[in-house]
Ligand binder design. Structure first.
Ligand code: PGA
Length: 276
């Protein structure tokens, strides 16, 4: 049976004991940002991405195109290659020029939305705004992918407190039941985009994933907190993906630039598809 986070359970009764094995599919999120500029290119990129995955069993891809292409692409989404939104607003209707409501996305059959991406935070989204977006998304039935990440790393480790605060504020008022619909993407800002010189090291990704799980466990308890998938994003490419998953222990990847290059992205998809 598939769970909200795409995990599936194989349950069986053996005398009185019920055996449940939980297998978590790896997740790969393609964040196209403000690319491409034509619907034709967007369709081509999405169909090539989907075709790469036509026999996918073990990976769940979520492609986040610019809002303007969502409606045209979502009709072609499949259970293993879905369309997500790059952002979402917290109100359902009204005088909010330029915004997109969670309900309109949900009604269009979009299931996921990025919330709190560092580029949106840079454009003015505060922790409070992000919390409102998370709460409104869940209320409308969307599954938010909450992005967190520090700007800088200091030797005294205060970025751990910074990450904890980002998580605690963003998730304020989110019940344990709804927390099961969330994924967290750890994206250190210094590792994102053209200006970045490198991705994070697998060792640090492992350490920070454990820390995030600990914070989530403090909030939601072990049962829920340890099951929330933790993705890594920031300069992911075909060279570092395997270490980030295998040594870094990430449950999935959030990919920007490399998701626009179909050859490179196919390599990433195929790699993740082989992971169990
Ligand atoms: P990048 O972007 O892969 O181009 O560094 C990642 C992101 O911003 O989500």
């Amino acid at each position: 049976m598939a769970g909200d986070n795409g995990d599936y359970q194989i349950g069986g009764l053996h005398k009185t004991a019920r055996v449940i094995i939980v297998l978590m599919k790896k997740v790969i999120v393609a964040n196209w940002k403000l690319n491409p500029s034509t619907l034709k290119e967007a369709r081509l990129l999405f169909s090539k991405t989907k075709n790469t995955l036509s026999v996918a069993q073990n990976v769940r891809a979520i492609v986040c195109p610019p809002h303007v292409f969502v409606q045209s692409l979502v009709v072609d989404q499949s259970s293993f290659c879905m369309i997500g939104s790059q952002d979402v607003f917290y109100e359902g209707a009204g005088a909010f020029t330029g915004e997109v409501s969670p309900a309109s996305l949900k009604n269009m059959k979009v299931k996921y939305s990025l919330v709190g991406h560092s580029e949106r935070r840079e454009m003015g989204d505060s922790d409070l705004t992000i919390n409102k977006k998370i709460v409104a998304s869940l209320a409308a039935g969307l599954c938010p992918i909450l992005c967190i990440g520090e700007k800088n790393r200091d030797d005294s480790g205060s970025y751990f407190i910074f990450l904890r605060n980002q998580l605690v504020t963003a998730l304020a008022g989110v019940s344990r039941k709804l927390a099961g619909k969330i994924m967290v993407a750890y994206e250190p800002i210094w590792a994102i985009g053209k200006g970045a010189t490198r991705s994070d090291s697998p060792e640090d990704v492992m350490e920070i994933s454990i820390y995030i799980k600990k914070v989530l466990t403090d909030i939601y308890g072990r049962e829920v907190g340890t099951k929330i998938p933790i993705l890594y994003g920031g300069s992911v490419d075909e060279k570092n993906a395997s270490d980030l998953i295998e040594k870094g222990g990430a449950d999935g990847l959030l990919v920007g630039r490399a998701s626009l290059d179909i050859d490179e992205f196919s390599t990433l998809l195929n790699f993740l598809n082989e992971k169990k």
